[in-house]
Design a binder for this molecule. Structure first.
Ligand code: GDP
Ligand code: MN
Ligand code: MN
Length: 253
């Protein structure tokens, strides 16, 4: 298989209300079933998900966590506001976001955000954002593409952050090998590959984390186009999540 990966150059600083599909199509073209990978940072900016810290009023709980971790209590409050569950509150905030992703600080970022006191939240519904971008690209071009929204995430057990998929459309986020054979004819029983994360990880290498200004990556020739939408199947159901259970159990001792 031969696939090509390229970044789209000269994307401006994205502002609230910007039409991502149009900005992209002024600079590059699409082929049927391309994979359009975009950083959550610019999706959030286009959706106006920036807030100045000064308008956040911390609760007592936020003050306590902030003191423990020696961080700004308004930032803690913003994280709590985006979360439905706190798995760890120290030495960092590990939370489940309203959208179901378990991550540090609910994915709230300072980096690559204008204004020193502004913070950027993840898109409110990243699957919907991905679907909106997919539809908009289709409306302009008549081409069907897969869309993956990425964020840089830390990982349990391993150092080194990597790109992770936090929303998708036009692609099934897993590739199921169960029931197929290995080289020796044995039936695979467990392998269900998280391809949306693998693609996000590779795209993230090209984006980088700094001032590269490369928030959109196109992957061509790797056809995973599928009508299914949504990242939820990457999030382990609570009943099967033994690590989460262990964390909650250790906290209550
Ligand atoms: P995250 O991984 O989604 O949190 O985003 P990062 O802050 O790591 O940025 C990913 C890429 O997008 C990097 O190449 C940044 O320089 C770039 N980037 C972030 N914001 C903008 C923007 O408004 N315009 C452009 N052109 N690039 C941006
Ligand atoms: Mn981020
Ligand atoms: Mn990043």
């Amino acid at each position: 298989m031969n696939a090509a990966v390229f970044a789209v150059e000269n994307i401006p600083l994205i502002k609230k209300g910007d039409d991502i599909a149009r900005i992209f199509l002024q600079r590059a073209e699409l082929h049927e079933h391309d994979i359009f990978v975009i950083s959550s940072t610019v999706v959030s900016k286009s959706e106006g998900r920036i807030i100045p810290l000064e308008i956040v009023i911390p609760t007592e709980k936020a003050n306590q966590i902030a003191m423990k971790n020696k961080i700004d209590s308004r930032f803690v409050q913003a994280v709590l506001d985006e979360s439905t569950e706190i798995l760890l509150d120290s030495p960092f905030l590990l939370v489940r976001t309203k959208n179901g992703s378990i991550c540090v600080n609910a994915g709230i970022d300072h980096s690559n955000v204008e204004g020193c006191d502004n913070i950027l939240m993840l898109p409110e519904d990243p699957d919907k954002s991905a679907l909106d971008i997919k539809r908009s690209l289709f409306n302009y071009t008549g081409k069907n593409v897969s869309v993956i929204i990425t964020d840089t995430n830390g990982r349990a057990f391993r150092t080194g952050q990597t790109g992770a998929a936090i929303g998708c459309a036009g692609i099934k986020p897993t590739r199921d090998w169960r029931g197929t054979k290995d080289l020796f004819g044995r039936i695979l029983e467990v392998k269900n590959e998280g391809i949306a994360d693998e693609i996000a990880g590779f795209a993230n290498i090209i984006m980088g984390e700094g001032n590269g200004g490369l928030p959109i990556i196109i992957i061509r020739g790797l056809d995973f186009y599928n009508e299914s939408n949504g990242i939820q199947e990457l999030y382990r159901p609570e009943s099967e999540d033994v690590i989460r259970k262990a964390i909650l159990k250790s906290r209550s001792i």
